[in-house]
Design a protein around this ligand. Structure first.
Ligand SMILES: Cc1cc2nc3c(=O)[nH]c(=O)nc-3n(C[C@H](O)[C@H](O)[C@H](O)COP(=O)(O)OP(=O)(O)OC[C@H]3O[C@@H](n4cnc5c(N)ncnc54)[C@H](O)[C@@H]3O)c2cc1C
Length: 379
């Protein structure tokens, strides 16, 4: 009986198992995941909730063996139609300052449960200090503040996330924290202690300190096996790890050769769909234009495409002058990226326009009364 052994039960690993079931894979499916029942990560910072993808019974029902184990050495495929799939995701980067061990991280269900407990236990506004205002830091700062904590958000930039969200929207969203009662501080962390953080010589008291300065791909198993690793496990278009034809790598741990590494939920799912196609010998999966979302202060922010390809930006403001969307255009006026707040159907429309290489008129892009459908007709 052929087998697929999936190492890691994050969204990539789980999606691959689901796709194999959906497409009637005839072999054995094994998922090794030390944390037990696979769960989704985005809710961890938005609501501190742990949401399994499906109940445990689903795995049993479909004959999937869910092993609660951390693989220390990669089990190589034993037969010509066996596959091993690395879906090991990322681990949080740690600050390299004295006392860094006093800071918590928010990456696992256990991290979220511990933070939820600390917020619950506090009678008065818990003093929370978040280091790093990227997607996870900003989301947790907003969640903790909504749950009654007194939050300080330390960032080394006035517009964190500018390269991914577009500068103008990134700056507005960061400034929004201040209007929602979060103290924002721009500076460099020098030292961390159990009850305070030193930022550019300023002592900031805190009961809970969270470090959210980014993640790095978990490539230990791949490296040990001699697979090619360079800012992620290098893979080809079929998700095959360079160095072994029956080892695939998917999700945040993998990087497509010649492309930038992504650490987003939808991209991890697309990798999984492609891995299923490779295993089943099916036609390659059509990749969509990159997309991710983030939620903070009850705002739903979506980004489509890649602002690094933009030569100029066009801003769309609502009638009160607040920025609603930023569109990124290349040197020929072709739409290559967009970020929007509470955009409704706009993100889907923009995805189509970017995929088509459209060049919508600047007047239409700027005009808040031009809806998603009309935008597509303006180039
Ligand atoms: C708090 C938080 C909020 C997020 N919010 C968003 C969002 O709003 N939008 C968005 O697009 N993305 C978001 N992301 C990113 C998104 O969740 C990731 O892109 C996605 O989880 C990647 O999936 P993955 O399966 O590749 O890796 P992971 O989800 O990291 O899963 C990897 C799994 O592999 C397991 N593993 C590692 N090593 C081994 C081993 N040796 N043996 C067995 N198992 C192993 C780990 O235990 C882990 O469960 C968020 C991430 C976090 C942490």
């Amino acid at each position: 009986m052929p087998s697929v052994h999936i190492i890691g039960g994050g969204v990539a690993g789980y999606t691959l198992a689901r796709e194999l079931v959906r497409q009637h894979y005839a072999g054995t499916i094994i998922i090794s995941e030390p944390q037990g029942l696979p769960y989704d990560r985005p809710p961890l910072s938005k609501s501190l909730q742990i949401e399994p993808f499906v109940p445990a019974a689903w795995y049993a029902e479909h004959g999937i063996e869910l092993r609660q184990e951390k693989i220390a050495q990669l089990p190589l495929p034993a037969a010509p139609d066996d596959w091993v799939v690395l879906a090991t995701g990322t681990t949080p980067e740690l600050l390299e300052v004295p006392g860094a061990g006093h800071a918590r991280t928010l990456h696992t269900a256990a991290d979220a449960a511990a933070l939820a407990q600390a917020l619950d236990d506090s009678m008065f506004g818990l003093e929370v200090l978040v280091i790093g205002a990227g997607l996870i830091g900003a989301e947790f700062a907003s969640t903790a503040s909504m749950l009654g904590a007194q939050v300080t958000l330390v960032s080394n930039s006035e517009a964190p996330l500018a390269p991914v969200l577009g500068h103008e929207l990134a700056a507005q969203l960061h400034a929004d924290h201040g209007q929602r009662g979060i103290r924002t501080i721009t500076g460099t962390v020098e030292r961390i202690a159990a009850d305070h953080v030193l930022v550019d010589g300023q002592r900031l008291e805190a009961e809970v300190i969270l470090s959210a300065i980014g993640v790095r791909p978990d490539t230990a198993l791949a490296s040990a096996l001699g697979l090619e690793v360079d800012d992620g496990i290098l893979v080809d278009a079929q998700q095959r790890a360079l160095g072994h034809r029956q080892v695939l790598a998917i999700g945040d741990a993998a990087r497509h050769q010649g492309a930038r590494r992504t650490v987003h939920w939808e991209a991890a799912m697309e990798d999984a769909a492609q891995a299923a196609a490779t295993i089943l010998g099916a036609a390659p999966v059509q990749r969509s234009v990159p997309w991710f979302w983030t939620d903070r202060h009850e705002m739903h922010v979506e980004t489509v495409g890649d602002f690094r390809q933009a030569a100029s930006t066009v801003l769309r403001r609502n009638r009160r002058g607040k920025l609603q969307a930023v569109f990124g255009l290349d040197a020929h006026g072709v739409l290559v990226a967009a970020s929007m707040v509470d955009g409704g159907l706009m993100a889907k429309a923009v995805k189509r326009l970017v995929a088509r290489g459209s060049a919508p008129s600047i007047e239409h892009l700027e005009d808040p009364s031009v809806g998603p459908r009309e935008l597509g007709r303006s180039d």
